[in-house]
Design a protein around this ligand. Structure first.
Ligand code: TYM
Length: 353
């Protein structure tokens, strides 16, 4: 298969509600950064993946449109990237099937998403939502197909998706060692990838955990959420002179840590350092910290909210855009699928030209 000269970048987000700060700083921030580079960029809305957690069919399509609207509102330039809906590239499902033939169940059972759900159900068998489905077990195979189908080099994602990208590399390597060098192996996710904690102080901000700060939160909502962050635990000693967030934030009580993490992402360095000094001196300042942070959040969200509601981002524009982009990515994806069919021995499709 021909080598590409320009790096290929691919990433996806499930349309499961409004985008939060974890999505932004874990993924979208990098989409915007990479927008300035010479590259082929593919971003998609992972509506097939969403079916592993969504039980209510109503609204998935609308959420998909809203997701793309939010991408654009954040600054993703529709002219610089190919943004499509996963289900508009159905040959991804075909590649998932082929890759599934060489993927061990044991490998998939070690996937964190599956393991988390498994232990959740063990603790509470009556938990609401989808069961331990075949789709959930196969989640990393579908994700591998998403990545491999466009021959991605880089996959900008948050730390929570690191294992899934590693699994995609493993699956591709296994395929190639069996059937020849057909699939392109992507780069591993950086060790510095972000994992933004939740507003409840838990280790990850996540849509299903009800602990998110959202890009479309208005100032009042953001303030209320931030004021609800638990800060009752006494400050813990930092035991270091470093001001680096990686060095100090893990030593703080979890709720306080998330406030500092967000402040560091949003505010100028001197504001972060000023509040860090207050922490070190053991002053009483959490009320002021929360108010200051809420102001930065309001300022950050305002232009995104405005652009999200802009008339040019109409449903018709978004649908046309998705349709055009599905047409652009399809030939790239089919070339990979046809290559895999050939390598695996069933030969080229007889109905596709
Ligand atoms: P999803 O929809 O859960 O999250 C989308 C992106 O946001 C990042 N993210 C975070 N980053 C840092 N801290 C957090 N608390 C946080 N929460 C979410 C995720 O790492 C991700 O980059 N399986 C993927 C979607 C997907 C995909 C793919 C991604 C499907 N196929 C192929 C890349 C390549 C998911 O559920 O992301």
């Amino acid at each position: 298969m021909s080598e590409k000269k320009r790096p290929v970048i691919l990433s996806g987000i499930r349309p499961t509600g409004r985008l939060h700060y974890g999505n932004y700083f874990g993924a979208i921030y990098h989409f915007l950064r990479l927008q300035e580079q010479e590259a082929e960029r593919y971003y998609f809305i992972a509506d097939y993946h969403a079916l592993t957690t969504i039980t209510e069919p109503k609204g998935i399509f609308e959420q998909t449109l809203d997701m793309l609207r939010t991408y654009i509102a954040c600054g993703l330039d529709p002219a610089k990237s190919i943004v499509y809906r996963q289900s508009d590239l159905p040959c991804t499902a075909e590649l998932t099937l082929l890759l599934g033939m060489i993927t061990n169940i044991g490998h998939l059972e070690r996937g964190t998403t599956y393991k988390d759900k498994f232990s959740q159900l063990e603790d509470n068998p009556k938990v609401e939502g989808n069961p331990l489905s075949y789709g959930l077990l196969g989640y990393p195979v579908l994700m591998a197909a998403d990545i491999l189908i466009v021959r991605a080099d880089q996959v900008p994602v948050g730390d929570d998706q690191r294992q899934h990208v590693e699994m995609a590399c493993d699956i591709a390597q296994k395929f190639n060692s069996r059937f020849g060098e057909v699939l392109h192996i992507p780069e591993a996710v950086s060790r510095n990838a972000l994992r933004l904690p939740g507003l409840d102080g838990s280790s990850k901000m996540g849509k299903s955990d009800n602990n998110t700060l959202d890009l479309l939160d208005d100032p009042k909502t953001a303030l209320k959420k931030i004021q609800g962050v638990p800060t009752t635990t006494d400050p813990l000693p930092l035991d270091t002179d470093s001001n680096e967030p990686e060095m100090v934030i893990p030593k703080m009580p979890p709720g306080v840590g998330v406030l500092y993490r967000l402040l560091h992402l949003l505010a100028p360095e001197d504001v972060y350092l000023d509040f860090l000094g207050k922490y070190r001196r053991g002053e009483k300042f959490y009320g002021m910290l929360k108010k200051t942070l809420a102001q930065y959040v309001a300022e950050f969200n305002a232009p995104i909210i405005e652009k999200f509601h802009a008339p040019e981002n109409s449903d018709d524009f978004i649908k046309d855009f998705l349709r055009d982009n599905a047409k652009k990515v399809t030939p790239v994806a089919l070339e990979t699928v046809e290559g895999c069919r050939e390598a695996i021995g069933i030969g080229h499709s007889l109905y596709r030209a």
